[in-house]
Design a protein around this ligand. Structure first.
Ligand code: BG6
Length: 509
């Protein structure tokens, strides 16, 4: 009962405007601000979900005045907005944008910030409520929080103060623990919002609604009926201009302990008793804790890494990873990962979760495939059990958002033959929602103080703990033949073999 109420109120959105507040973006000159954050705030304003007493401060090293920053953003909003810009609303919004240039580690810059925020509080009635969005290089996360603390900018006295931290949160288990320790010297856990943009996606949020607002799936959502689960996050793009970051990160760090583990935990978690932030996150954390870290031997047999070589994207030839900008000519960084994981609990014991993700694959597609067990016994003449396709439920998260259920049906005719057919639901056929950036919900929730869709410290640390043995073994045993897949293919053949050995195959359709 409580859950149903929470779903109708919480998950679908309560719809009240956020509290009066100021958002300070550190690293405001970067792409994220103009491409996502400003368009998302504009969409919230358009939907009356942003307080009338809202203001924004961009903070970065570039020397700019507030007017110049406003002008720049104003010129670009047309390109990045997901909706047509209403000049009146934009003029209201842009009159609340400020800019401060400064060095992230200089205490004097934070004194200027204190003064600017006090002035904004007076002019815009923002009541001392501030949230800081750290869209900087990760090496600044700790120092910025420390400086905010020293300047008294995170103390909550009749107001709230929150910090949103972008990924990557640490680059391994130890550094994630160290970063948590560093920021916890200044902030309480409830002030920290570790963001994972996958949780801002409608279709990712819909996993919970699909599972827990419908009665028919939960009884079969377990090892008794499910043969295995596949999670694919495939991208057609290469590393683009992000070689410097990617060379250090690689696909495993970039995608697995964050985005993909979010998808696993939402797919596999037990029903929470409410949608309170900690109740939901407790259930997610239990799944992460049940993902037992692999032994060295298991890393060798249950993981596959790859790097793209030259190939094609559609009709165009594209270079291999080693020829991309800012990438070493003999790079050993992986651009593809596949692995088999198990969740050690009663619901999922022995059910493999196969994951794969990579750059320069043939389609952009993020999907979760739930493959059910085959029918145990076939009554139909001349139909072998192994010829029957098992039922598959596919949650397409992007780009074609929808849900598909496949099942066997009789092909019309005097001879009994069974074919596979699909029941399809496409979001676009049913809901006429304005396109969003994916950051609206996350910013809105932070302004309301709802951390459900953000990562708690234990979740981040546990996720790194699970991938730690893989990082260690891969580092100790460098890949022998990189590049090992052509751009535009589905990754190294070992990824297919991993499933073939288990008498299964990836679902690519
Ligand atoms: C980012 C990764 O977090 O997610 C990128 O750093 C990746 O490498 C991106 O391309 C994928 O996000 P989306 O929303 O396009 O699936």
């Amino acid at each position: 009962m409580q859950l149903a109420e929470d779903i109708s109120k919480g998950i679908l959105g309560a719809g009240r405007a956020s509290d009066p507040c100021v958002m300070v973006i550190f690293g405001a000159s970067g792409d994220l601000t103009k491409r996502k954050l400003i368009p998302a705030l504009y969409n919230l304003a358009k939907d009356n979900l942003l307080s009338k007493d809202f203001a924004l401060v961009g903070f970065a090293r570039n020397e700019l005045s507030s007017e110049q920053f406003r002008d720049e953003i104003g010129k670009e909003i047309g390109e990045f907005a997901t909706t047509t810009i209403d000049p009146e609303l934009w003029s209201w919004f842009s009159s609340r944008i400020y800019y401060l240039s400064g060095d992230f580690s200089a205490p004097s810059a934070y004194q200027e910030l204190v003064e600017l925020l006090a002035k904004i509080d007076k002019e815009h009635g923002t009541r001392g409520n501030y949230f800081y969005y750290l869209a900087t290089a990760p090496s600044f996360f700790g120092p910025i929080v420390t400086q905010l603390g020293a300047a008294g900018l995170v103390s909550e006295d009749h107001c709230w103060r929150r910090v949103i931290i972008e990924k990557p949160f640490g680059h391994d288990y130890e550094s994630a623990i160290a970063l948590n320790k560093e920021i916890r010297k200044v902030l309480e856990e409830k002030q920290i919002y570790r963001i994972d943009h996958y949780l801002g996606k409608e279709t990712v949020q819909n996993i919970l609604v699909f599972r827990f607002a419908n009665g028919i799936f939960e009884p079969i959502w377990n090892r008794r009926y499910i043969d295995h689960v596949q999670i694919t996050v495939a991208e057609t793009v290469g590393v683009e201009q992000r070689g410097t970051y990617y060379e250090k990160a690689g696909t495993l760090r970039d995608m697995v302990p964050n985005h993909i583990f979010q998808l696993i935990s939402l797919t596999a978690m037990e029903p929470p008793v409410s949608f309170d932030a900690d109740v939901v996150r407790d259930e997610q954390a239990k799944i992460l804790k049940a993902l037992s870290p692999m032994t060295d031997e298991e890393v060798l047999t249950r993981t596959v890494r790859g790097q793209y070589g030259e190939g094609a994207e559609g009709a165009h030839r594209v270079p291999g990873y080693r020829s991309e900008p800012y990438v070493a000519a003999d790079s050993r960084t992986e651009t593809f990962v596949a692995m088999k994981l198990f969740i050690d609990n009663w619901r999922w014991a022995d059910v493999p979760f196969y994951l794969r993700t990579g750059k320069r694959l043939p389609q952009r597609s993020t999907r979760i495939v739930i493959q059910f067990k085959r029918a145990p016994f076939v009554l139909f003449r001349k139909t072998a059990v192994d010829k029957l396709e098992p039922n598959r439920l596919i949650l397409h998260l992007q780009p074609d958002e929808g849900i598909k259920l496949s099942f066997g049906a009789k092909i019309p005719g005097p001879v009994v033959q069974i074919g596979e057919v699909n029941m399809n639901f496409n979001y676009t056929d049913y809901f006429n929602a304005t396109p969003q950036t994916g950051y609206e919900r996350l910013l809105y929730d932070c302004m309301l103080g709802d951390a459900t869709l953000f990562q708690r410290s234990d979740m981040v640390e546990t996720a790194w703990h699970v991938v730690a043995p893989i990082l260690d073994v891969w580092e100790a045993l460098p890949p022998r033949r990189f590049p090992n897949y052509a751009a535009g293919s589905w990754g190294p053949h070992e990824a297919d073999e991993m499933l073939t050995k288990d008498h299964r195959h990836w679902s690519n359709d």
